[in-house]
Ligand binder design. Structure first.
Ligand SMILES: [Zn+2]
Length: 118
């Protein structure tokens, strides 16, 4: 498993990549963001970068926050075991269907683990 730091850098990378895509190519903001992207990429392991680039080439994010019990990239209902893993602070996982990195968002206050349905 990778460290939480790698995931947070990957999250930033996804965020900045989206931001930069919405800016005019030659704008000062875009240049600044590209510099930030470069410094983030320099700190990420190559395996993660090539993974990110493969997904980015298809216009997909490489890391996505889980809301509820489904992967928001492919809408697969995630296995209970994986959700349990993700509930551990600092852990993240990979969607067994689409391969995107997943992390769990903050739980709404007072939310209990869902037992019904499944
Ligand atoms: Zn998925």
């Amino acid at each position: 498993m990778y460290s939480a730091e790698v995931l947070s850098q990957l999250r930033s990378l996804n965020h900045l990549t989206q931001e930069v895509a919405s800016l005019p190519r030659e704008s000062r903001e875009a240049v600044l963001l590209l510099a930030q992207i470069e410094s983030l990429r320099a700190r990420l392991p190559n395996s993660i970068l090539s993974y990110h680039d493969r997904l980015a080439a298809r216009g997909r994010p490489s890391a996505i926050k889980v809301e509820g019990t489904t992967c928001r990239a492919c809408h697969l209902r995630l296995p209970r075991g994986l959700l349990g893993e993700l509930a551990v602070p600092g852990r993240f996982g990979v969607c067994p269907n689409c391969g995107v990195f997943l992390w769990l968002g903050e739980k709404p206050a007072g939310a209990a683990p869902a037992k019904e349905g499944a």
